[in-house]
Design a protein around this ligand. Structure first.
Ligand code: UDP
Length: 246
């Protein structure tokens, strides 16, 4: 029995209007109802991508929980009738969920990233969250045979939570196409989270996050992202020129 979802649409993408605590509770609830669930954490770049990628848009509309990973989304929601209360970053959501999972014996699987990154991320998570059960890890560069093997594993020995770090929107599409071949309960696209968890990439310092400038930190620390980030001003423009729905 699930509570009704309250969402607000930002450029047609429905975002759940909920706090971090509520998002964590929702994911934990997803473990219990016997169905399979998809969690997405779009930032403005992905919202923009979905404007021209119909498949991505359908996935975001079909997901069971969509939380705003970016201050841009929070800002945009303030122009709608139901603003979201806060940013719910994918990384923070994963950490909170893993913490709770460790207490309740739920199982996780880490899938994605360069060789060994997911495994290192898993090891570090187990160190941080005593008693966290990790069923396995797999890198994000695979051929068809490996993929089949992975799906078989996720069916025969399914984790409660499958974290998929293939980058957006590849991970969302992979989840949407393959979840039904597994018995995973909850799948979430985590982007580059394993790189951060493994200690290879640093999260923005707290001060940047507090000021809503994590995107700026990422731009200066990974300048190769500038092209993708051109989507940010486009996003702002689109939101500003849209008729307010308030
Ligand atoms: N990646 C992967 N397989 C691929 C392409 C990418 O596992 O075929 C991984 C890559 O190693 C990195 C992550 O996906 O860990 C993408 O990270 P990024 O920070 O770019 O995520 P995004 O911002 O797109 O969510």
């Amino acid at each position: 029995m699930g509570k009704m979802r309250v969402t607000t649409e930002i450029l047609s993408v429905p975002f759940d209007v909920c706090t971090m605590d509520e998002a964590v509770a929702k994911v934990l609830g997803f473990f219990e109802d016997g169905r399979q669930h998809i969690v997405c954490t779009p930032n403005p770049e992905i919202v923009m991508e979905a404007q021209t990628d119909g498949q991505l848009m359908s996935i975001l509309k079909a997901a069971d929980l969509v939380v705003p990973d970016g201050v841009g989304v929070v800002w945009a929601s303030q122009r709608t009738a139901r603003p979201v209360p806060e940013r719910v970053a994918g990384y923070d959501l994963c950490m909170r969920v893993l913490e709770e999972m460790a207490k309740t014996g739920k199982t996780a699987y880490f899938f994605g990233g360069a060789p060994d990154v997911a495994a290192t991320a898993a090891k570090r998570a187990m160190k941080r969250f005593d008693r966290l059960k990790v069923l396995g890890a797999h890198n994000g560069y695979f051929d068809e045979a490996e993929e089949r093997k992975l799906l078989q594993e996720l069916k025969n020995n399914p984790p409660d939570l499958l974290m998929v770090g293939l980058g957006a929107p590849k991970q969302e599409k992979w989840i949407y196409e393959n979840l039904r071949f597994t018995k995973v309960r909850v799948a979430i696209g985590v982007g580059g989270c394993f790189d951060v968890m493994a200690g290879n990439v640093k999260r923005a310092p707290k001060i940047f996050r507090k000021l809503g400038l994590e995107w700026f930190y990422r731009l200066i620390s990974q300048p190769s992202r500038w092209r993708r980030m051109l989507r940010l001003p486009q996003f702002v423009l689109r939101v500003m020129t849209q008729k307010p729905t308030k």
